[in-house]
Design a protein around this ligand. Structure first.
Ligand code: ADP
Length: 350
C-alpha cells in the first residue's frame, strides 16, 4: 500500500523546485492501513507558499484512491525556519524560548492544549520539548503514549543528566515518570518543587527552539518556584467559556503580570468554545455560552489567541497517546493558527 501511495505522491510536482514529491525527497513518512492513511511531507522552506496547495492535492489524490480511509497529510516545514536565539550556556541553555501553559482550574484542557501546540510547532519545523510540571495530574506521558518510560540518568561532566522520553519528535520530561498517581498528595509542596528543579536543570534537552511547560492548575507557591527556576519567556492561559470570567483565570493572568514576576502573557486560548457536528461543519453551537473570552480579553488587555471547538478526536487522541493535531487535519488547522500567533509574539516581544 505504501508503494501505491508513493506512486500517487509522485504525480505532484512542487511548482518552485519542479521536482515531484518523491523524487525531491519530500515524502518523510507514510503510515497506512485500510482505515487510516497518514502521510508526512517535509518542505525545505518555512512558510512555503505552496504548502496548502500540495497538502490539498495530496489529500485529494489519496482520498480518491482510498475512499474508505481517513486521510491526513501533514506538511512539516523546516530547515530554514527563523529560529529563536539560544540563551547563554547554562544547563537549560540550549533552549531558546520557554512558554508556560497555565490555567485557573483543572479539567479545562491545559494539558491537551500543551500537547497539541507542541505538535503544531513541530509541524512548523521547530524543535520542541515539553516539561510536564503538573504535579497534581501529570498527563503528558499518557497523551504521548509513553507512560511506561523509565528515565535513565547519564553522567556528563560530573553531573547526572536525565534522558527525556521522545515521542513524535518531541522531547518529553514529566514529573509523572517519578510518581504514582496515589503519591500525589505526598508530593505536593516542597518535595515536588525540589524534584521539578532537578527536572528543569538536569534533563538532557539538547537544543530546543521551544520548551512548553505544562504548569499545575491555579496559582500558588509552586508556580512561583517554577517561574523562578525556568526563566519563562511567555505565558499562555487556557480557559473554558464557563471559567473565563471567574476569579481563577483573572488570578492566573495577574500572577504573570505581577511586577515581581513580569512575564508577558501571550494570550488566552478558549478551549471547548463551541461544538460543530461533523455533518454540519458550518454550524457552531455555543453550548457553554458565547463570547466570554473575547469580552474578557478586550476588557483586560489580553490577547485572545483562539477558540478551539469541542472535537471528539481531540479527546480520543489524548486517550490513545497520539495528540489529534498529528492525525486530524481539522484539529491541526486550529492549533496551527494559534501556534503561529504565539511564535510571532514570542519572537517579537521577548
Ligand atoms: P487539564 O490539563 O486542564 O486538567 P485535560 O487536558 O486533561 O485538562 O483535559 C480534560 C479532558 O477534556 C480530557 O479528557 C481531554 O481529552 C478533554 N478535552 C480537552 N480539550 C478538548 C476539546 N477541545 N475537545 C474535546 N475534548 C477535549
Amino acid at each position: 500500500m505504501d508503494k501505491e501511495i508513493k506512486k500517487l505522491l509522485a504525480q505532484i510536482v512542487h511548482p518552485e523546485t519542479e521536482q515531484n514529491l518523491v523524487a525531491g525527497g519530500m515524502v518523510e513518512q507514510i503510515v497506512a492501513d485500510n482505515e487510516k492513511i497518514n502521510v508526512v511531507i517535509r518542505l525545505a522552506k518555512t512558510r512555503d507558499p505552496f504548502a496548502v496547495k500540495i497538502k490539498n492535492q495530496a489529500e485529494e489524490l489519496i482520498r480518491t484512491a482510498y475512499p474508505q480511509a481517513t486521510v491526513m497529510v501533514t506538511i512539516k516545514e523546516g530547515g530554514t525556519a527563523p529560529r529563536p536565539e539560544p540563551k547563554q550556556k547554562t544547563t537549560t541553555g540550549g533552549i531558546a524560548k520557554v512558554i508556560a501553559v497555565a490555567s485557573g482550574k483543572g479539567g479545562v484542557g491545559k494539558s491537551t492544549v500543551t500537547a497539541n501546540l507542541a505538535i503544531a510547532l513541530r509541524n512548523m519545523g521547530f524543535r520542541v520539548g515539553i516539561l510536564d510540571a503538573d504535579i497534581y495530574g501529570p498527563s503528558q506521558p499518557k497523551m504521548f503514549g509513553v507512560e511506561d518510560y523509565l528515565p535513565e540518568a547519564v553522567r556528563e561532566e560530573d553531573t547526572d543528566r536525565i534522558i527525556p522520553a521522545e515521542s513524535m519528535d518531541i522531547k518529553l520530561m514529566s514529573i509523572g515518570f517519578f510518581i504514582q498517581p496515589t503519591d500525589a498528595l505526598l508530593w505536593r509542596g516542597a518535595m515536588a518543587v525540589n524534584a521539578l528543579k532537578q527536572l528543569i536543570h538536569q534533563t538532557k534537552w539538547g537544543t530546543l527552539d521551544f520548551l512548553l511547560t505544562d504548569l499545575p492548575p491555579g496559582t500558588g507557591d509552586i508556580h512561583l518556584s517554577i517561574i523562578g527556576e525556568l526563566k519563562i519567556d511567555a505565558a499562555v492561559i487556557v480557559s473554558t467559556p464557563q471559567q473565563v470570567a471567574v476569579a481563577d483565570v483573572i488570578r492566573g493572568v495577574e500572577l504573570f503580570r505581577n511586577e515581581n514576576v513580569n512575564i508577558p502573557v501571550a494570550g488566552i486560548i478558549e478551549n471547548m468554545a463551541y461544538f460543530t457536528p461533523e455533518e454540519l461543519p458550518e454550524n457552531r453551537y455555543y453550548i457553554f455560552g458565547k463570547g466570554g473570552a473575547r469580552r474578557y480579553a478586550e476588557e483586560n488587555g489580553v490577547n485572545l489567541l483562539g477558540e478551539i471547538p469541542i472535537i471528539q478526536s481531540i479527546m480520543e487522541g489524548s486517550d490513545e497517546g497520539s495528540p489529534a493535531a498529528g492525525i486530524d487535519s481539522r484539529v491541526e488547522k486550529e492549533y496551527r493558527q494559534i501556534a503561529e500567533k504565539i511564535v510571532e509574539k514570542v519572537l517579537k516581544s521577548c
